[in-house]
Design a protein around this ligand. Structure first.
Ligand code: CA2
Length: 145
């Protein structure tokens, strides 16, 4: 069965507990449950991880090679800073869909820059938790090409 890794970066463990006006009231456990339900309908197996540590995220991307066929990545604030995550994505040559809960282009200027976007299949942002489900559909379509 095709397996997808959903990877979440720093502070996303707090989802649903603070700043609901920006990030919604859905918890990360809720996001995982939504994704698992949708992955079942698409015939995907799912890995679902979160880390607050850049090196751990890099290790998880490296380990995805050979285990997962694609990655859905919300790198949190590392999106805007991390050339190391960008290099890790390039090195594994797996399709990556970049996801953000908020519309990063409608927020502060520093959030407009993404180091992930140039090495991703595409970016989904601004649709809250539904963006992860949309990313699963995007990978399904990509594999069907
Ligand atoms: O919109 C997104 O998904 C972000 O990746 C979220 C990051 C932010 O730095 C990016 O610019 C956009 C922040 C994640 C923090 O998540 C929290 C959730 C609830 C309460 C506090 C933080």
């Amino acid at each position: 069965m095709t397996s997808i890794l959903i990877l979440n970066g720093p502070n996303l463990n707090l989802l649903g507990t603070r700043q609901p006006a920006v990030y919604g009231s859905t918890t990360l456990a809720d996001v995982e449950a939504m994704c698992r339900t949708h992955a079942d309908t698409l015939g995907f197996a799912l890995g679902f991880e979160q880390s607050n540590h850049e090196g751990v995220l890099i290790d998880l991307i490296h380990a995805a090679k050979g285990t997962h066929a694609g990655i859905i990545l919300n790198a949190g604030a590392y999106t805007h800073t991390s050339m190391a995550l960008m290099d890790a994505i390039s090195s594994v040559e797996l399709p990556v869909v970049e996801v953000h809960l908020s519309n990063i282009h409608a927020r502060e200027a520093f959030r407009h820059k993404s180091y992930i976007a140039p090495v991703a299949l595409g970016q989904i942002c601004g649709f809250g938790a539904q963006g992860y489900v949309m990313a699963l559909d995007a990978l399904k379509g990509h594999f069907a090409k």
